[in-house]
Design a protein around this ligand. Structure first.
Ligand code: HT9
Ligand code: FE2
Length: 316
């Protein structure tokens, strides 16, 4: 058993079926059930994406499986068996369930990682807090990867996607340099800035490095998918950005949602349905880069940072 290291792979989670949307939403709202209109609105959004399926579940399952295979092939793992467990923030199996399963399997040492490259106390930080508390309770020695937003393989995977879509714009008759590239990520409440949170800065760093690698200067960063709460969220929101760009006579826009690694609601609805319908109204050509999902370069990014983290821990 001493040579087995647990890997807790954490992700946001999505409902299991239409009936469990309410429980899921209630969990996101820390136990407060949503108002009927809010529930209907979220249900409608799920129904609008590919006929009411929940793609994030399959995508996360596939990512965990692909990561397991990648870790098993990694030469640097020599003699150590990394065993992946899934832990979701708002759905089954919950983060705590994943840690418990590791304990049942006799795991004594584990690494935790979140399927989101950028650190924020409100996102990745809260996943880590929950996993750490459970691991302490069960006596598992656990350390965590906090971010990997500049990993060369992640940057390469994202840059190739941006390049590929710029090629498509060119084939469709646009001038490459005229395409405005919008890097985007999930907004968070504005108060994180006052708390010195690294999230906005890390997102800008990823954007800058991709832009320089692809050789583009016509780009900007914008937020998306802000929560529906009373407090102010980080802006500008992508829907406002599109309106601003239209006033600037920008006709071609490529969105690169670098804060997300899978196809799910925030990409398939917020960008592919909502943002694209605004773009259509204002006569703008809008495309989006493909999501990473189980791209081997993304899997190698995860495998690399997990093994480095484990090596740091075993040197002491
Ligand atoms: C930073 C961040 C990420 C990226 C990093 C990460 O991946 O962790 C992310 C991803 C996701 N967010 C998702 C879905 C939702 N997020 C909501 C609400 C919220 N998100 C927040 C933050 C984030 N969310 C916050 C601060 C709230 C307010 C409530 C709270 O303080 O927690 C709501 C409630 C309704 C609404 O506001 O829209 C839903 C339905 C899905 C799954 C979609 C699917 O099922 O396919 C994914 C991948
Ligand atoms: Fe969210």
């Amino acid at each position: 058993m001493t040579n087995t290291v647990g890997v807790l792979v954490m992700s946001y989670g999505t409902p299991e079926n239409m009936e469990s949307i309410e429980a899921y939403y209630t969990h996101i709202r820390r136990g407060r059930p949503p108002e009927p209109e809010q529930l209907k609105e979220l249900t409608d959004r799920y129904e609008a994406i590919v006929g009411g399926v929940f793609p994030l579940r399959e995508n996360t399952d596939n990512q965990v499986k692909a990561l397991q295979e990648t870790l098993s092939k990694d030469d640097r793992a020599n003699g150590v068996e990394f065993r992946c467990y899934q832990g979701l923030k708002h759905a089954h199996p919950f983060i705590e369930d994943g840690v418990e399963q590791m304990a049942k399997d006799g795991i004594q040492t584990a690494i935790g990682i979140v399927l989101a490259p950028h650190y924020s106390t409100m996102s990745v930080g809260s996943y880590i807090k929950r996993a750490r508390e459970k691991a302490e309770e069960l006596g598992i020695q656990m350390s965590f990867v906090e971010s990997y937003h500049l990993h060369p393989k992640l940057i390469l995977a994202l840059s190739s996607r941006v390049s590929a879509k710029l090629d498509e714009f060119e084939e469709a008759g646009a001038k490459r340099g005229d395409v405005r590239v919008l890097f985007s990520a999930h907004s968070l409440p504005e108060r994180i800035v006052g708390l010195g949170d690294p999230y906005p800065q890390q997102l800008l760093e990823t954007s800058e490095v991709i832009a320089s690698r692809v050789g583009i200067s016509n780009w900007q960063f914008t937020w998306q998918s802000a929560g529906r709460t009373a407090e102010p969220w980080l802006g500008p929101d992508i829907l406002d950005t599109l309106q601003d760009l239209s006033r600037e006579q920008v006709e071609d826009v490529l969105v690169a949602p670098i804060g997300f690694v899978s196809d799910h609601l925030e990409v398939l609805y917020d960008l592919d349905i909502e943002a694209k319908s605004i773009a259509k109204e204002i006569d703008m050509r809008l495309m989006r880069i493909d999501s990473l999902n189980s791209d081997p370069l993304y899997m190698e990014t995860l495998s690399d940072v997990i093994i480095s983290k484990w090596q740091q821990g075993s040197e002491v």
